[in-house]
Design a protein around this ligand. Structure first.
Ligand code: MF3
Ligand code: CO
Ligand code: CO
Length: 341
C-alpha cells in the first residue's frame, strides 16, 4: 500500500555524475528523498551501463608457457627466484658503467623498433612477446620483465615485455588476444645486457585509429619530451612532473599518479622515483651521471587506476584509453641525453 500522494518510481534516466545521499532530495526535482525516488533505478542503470561497457573492453586471454632463455645469456639476480634486489643507493654511474648502460639501452631501443614494426591487426600480443624475446636474446640480452617483481602481493611477471592495449595503462601481460583495427598498443621493452638494464616504450596504432586516440598518443609523446627537456643538473626531479602535468592539463588529459619513472642501472627499479605529476615532495636533486626513466602514462578520462585480478594489468578506472612513452635518460652537465634512442 502506498499513500495517495506518493507517485510511482519515475522511469530511469541518466543519473548525474555525483549521486545524492539516500536521505538527500532526489536530483530529479520531485522533492522526494533520493532513496524513495530514483536511487534504485540509478543503481540498475549504472550496473547495466558498466556491463555494456565491459563487453567492448580488453579481456584477459590465455598466457602461453614460459619462454626459456639459453643458459649462455647472463641473467639478472631475479631470473630464478623472482625476487629483485633493492638499489644500493648509488645513483651516479661511473664511466665504465655508462658504457655498459649505453649498450643495454641501445639493445632495448632496437627490440622496441622490431616489435613496433610487427604491430598490426590479427597479431596476438603473445606473438609480439615471442618476437621481443627472440630479438633480445639474439642481441645477447635477457628480457628484463621475465620473472621480475615477485612480492608478497603478486607473482613474478610471466612474460618478456609488457603489452598494454587501449584502457590498459601499463604492465599488460602478452596473451592470446589478437590486436584489432583501431586499437592502440603500448609495447614496453627492457633489456638486461652487460649487467645493466635499458628501458623504453612506445604506443603504436593498429591500422586506422579514431582522431581522439591519435591526439591522446601525440600529446603523450609530447609530455615525455617536455619531461626530458625539464632535466637540468641541480634542479629537483619535481620539475619533470611539473612540465608533464602542465602539458597534459592544457589538453584536458589526466596524469597517472600510482606509477612513476625510476632510477635504473644494475637494478631494474632503484630507489629514485620520478613522478609524472607535480609533487613538491620529489625534492631529490638531479646530478650529472644519474640514469633514470621518464615514462608518463596519460589518460583520456580520469587519472585513477584499477588492478586486474592477475595482480599486474593496470587499467583506467573509467575504462577510457591511456597512452605512454618511455625513455631511459642520462643527466649531463647541461641537460639530458636520451640513451634509448
Ligand atoms: N618496463 C616497466 C617500466 O617501465 C616495468 C615492467 S615491470 C614488469 O618500469 F615486471 F612488468 F616487467
Ligand atoms: Co620504466
Ligand atoms: Co618500461
Amino acid at each position: 500500500m502506498r499513500p495517495e500522494n506518493q507517485t510511482s518510481t519515475p522511469p530511469p534516466r541518466r543519473p548525474p555524475p555525483s549521486l545524492p545521499r539516500p536521505n538527500d532530495a532526489c536530483w530529479c526535482g520531485s522533492g522526494e528523498k533520493y532513496k524513495r525516488c530514483h536511487k534504485e533505478a540509478d543503481y540498475l542503470f549504472l550496473r547495466d551501463e558498466q556491463k555494456r561497457l565491459e563487453a567492448t573492453k580488453v579481456r584477459p586471454g590465455i598466457i602461453s608457457p614460459r619462454r626459456p632463455v639459453p643458459p649462455e645469456i647472463p641473467r639478472p639476480e631475479y631470473a630464478e627466484t623472482g625476487e629483485a634486489r633493492r638499489g644500493n643507493g648509488r645513483l651516479i654511474r661511473t664511466a665504465e658503467e655508462l658504457t655498459r648502460m649505453r649498450r643495454a639501452c641501445k639493445a632495448a631501443a632496437q627490440v622496441l623498433r622490431t616489435v613496433g614494426e610487427a604491430v598490426k591487426a590479427g597479431v596476438t600480443t603473445d606473438a609480439l612477446d615471442a618476437l621481443a624475446h627472440e630479438t633480445a636474446i639474439k642481441l645477447g640480452g635477457y628480457p628484463s620483465p621475465l620473472n621480475y617483481g615477485k612480492t608478497e602481493d603478486r607473482p613474478p611477471f610471466p612474460k618478456s615485455i609488457c603489452t598494454s592495449v587501449n584502457e590498459v595503462i601499463c604492465h599488460g601481460i602478452p596473451d592470446s588476444r589478437a590486436l584489432q583495427e583501431g586499437d592502440v598498443c603500448n609495447v614496453d621493452v627492457t633489456v638486461y645486457l652487460d649487467g645493466m638494464h635499458g628501458d623504453t616504450n612506445a604506443t603504436f596504432f593498429v591500422g586506422q585509429v579514431d582522431e581522439e586516440s591519435k591526439r591522446l598518443v601525440q600529446v603523450t609523446r609530447e609530455c615525455m619530451m617536455k619531461g626530458i627537456e625539464a632535466v637540468k643538473p641541480g634542479r629537483p626531479v619535481s620539475d619533470i612532473g611539473r612540465a608533464i602535468e602542465a602539458h597534459a592539463d592544457a589538453h584536458g588529459y589526466a596524469v597517472v599518479r600510482s606509477y612513476c619513472g625510476h632510477g635504473i642501472g644494475d637494478v631494474f627499479h632503484n630507489d629514485l622515483q620520478i613522478p609524472h605529476y607535480f609533487d613538491p615532495k620529489a625534492n631529490a636533486r638531479m646530478e650529472p651521471g644519474m640514469t633514470f626513466t621518464i615514462e608518463p602514462m596519460i589518460n583520456a578520462g580520469v587519472w585513477q587506476n584499477r588492478l586486474w585480478d592477475d595482480y599486474w594489468t593496470v587499467v583506467t578506472a573509467d575504462l577510457k584509453r591511456s597512452a605512454q612513452f618511455e625513455h631511459t635518460i642520462l643527466v649531463t652537465e647541461s641537460g639530458a641525453e636520451i640513451l634509448t634512442q
